[in-house]
Design a protein around this ligand. Structure first.
Ligand SMILES: O=C(O)CCC(=O)C(=O)O
Length: 324
């Protein structure tokens, strides 16, 4: 376990952070059952919020499972969003896992049974499937998932620069609040209408410092509002793969921002990585949704490496040190 030292003071990505876009009139989000209004709102703003999409009890039990099975596992390696690598937890000085876990569907079922099941149950809820089907005009396939506990302060980005549907811009992100998100916890922020507005010189490696600086400058100085909707336990936010988003910095470290995210493409579409060479075709079915697996086991060496990483994490840790 490492602790987070020498952090810089939090800086908001823009001076004024709104809870609702100025251009969208009085605060109101159409419900997925108002099919045309829901689609029109989403297509225009590039995101939408659905209140009470997931039962609070299911959210709480998934968080409890995280605290019982995953957080205490200080030896285990988990795939991380920020680095794309398998790493141990970094725990903040207030006890939260700093970097989100990627791809719950690839986690070891025997080691983390309840967290994996409940997390994937949340992300495949009937309400989510319904909203996704309304927006796609067909069911969705889930290609990527994450769980957030603390805040990595996610840089402003478009998901489509990393992973997308074969038809660029078609993928949809889903962020489910697993608890009431405190205003100081580092809320999810979004730039409504950014999906149809280019950022100067945004091409290139989305993991590079230059990309992150350009995106941050656009959020800070660009023409669009920066919106961080207030989200209560069970609320969900959906956005297009081209809508710029990230997380605000945490201003009170006592608060977590527990949340599950998924990325869906239309079932009739393939998905594509823009930062990896190989797009897995292996999948499992969860609550009627096809969920893509990413654990790379294409050779005997990779299978051995994966087995050592999950079953003998102390040995994997030593091997990493030796290789370095
Ligand atoms: O909540 C966050 O920090 C960012 C989530 C995100 O970028 C995503 O799910 O695509």
């Amino acid at each position: 376990m490492e602790s987070v030292l020498n952090e810089r003071p939090p800086v908001a990505p823009r001076e004024e952070i709104l809870c609702f876009p100025r251009s969208a009139g009085p605060e109101y989000y159409p419900h997925p059952e108002q099919i045309e209004a829901f689609k029109t709102w989403f297509d225009r703003e590039g995101y939408i919020v659905v209140r009470k999409a997931v039962r609070p009890g299911l959210c709480s039990s998934a968080v409890q499972a995280f605290q019982a099975e995953v957080l205490p596992d200080r030896l285990g390696f988990f795939e991380r969003h920020a680095s794309g690598k398998y790493e141990r937890h970094v725990v903040t000085d207030t006890g939260f896992m700093k970097y989100p876990i990627m791809n719950l569907q690839d986690m070891h079922t025997k080691k983390y049974p309840h967290f994996k099941k409940r997390g994937l149950d949340i992300l495949t809820q009937a309400t989510i499937q319904r909203a996704i089907s309304v927006l796609f005009g067909e069911p969705g396939r889930m290609v990527h998932t994450m769980y957030f506990d603390g805040n990595q302060t996610t840089w402003a980005h478009r998901d489509g620069h990393y992973i997308d549907s074969q038809q660029a811009g078609k993928m949809i992100g889903v962020w489910v609040a697993a608890e009431d998100i405190h205003p100081e916890a580092g809320r999810f922020f979004i730039l409504p209408r950014s999906h149809s507005m280019p950022v100067p010189d945004e091409q290139g490696d989305p993991n590079s410092a230059v990309y992150k600086e350009r995106m941050a400058a656009f959020v800070h100085d660009g023409p669009l509002d920066c919106v961080a909707p207030i989200l209560k336990q069970g609320d969900m936010l959906l956005w297009t793969s081209m809508t710029i988003h990230g997380s605000l910095p945490t201003t009170d470290k006592r608060f977590s921002r527990r949340s599950f995210t998924a990325h869906y493409v239309p079932q009739s579409h393939q998905f594509q990585w823009n930062v990896r060479t190989h797009a897995s075709k292996r999948s499992v079915n969860i609550n009627g949704v096809e969920v893509i697996l990413h654990g790379d086991d294409g050779s005997w060496f990779k299978r051995l490496r994966n087995a050592v990483r999950s079953d003998w994490p102390w040995l994997y840790g030593w091997a990493q040190i030796l290789v370095r």
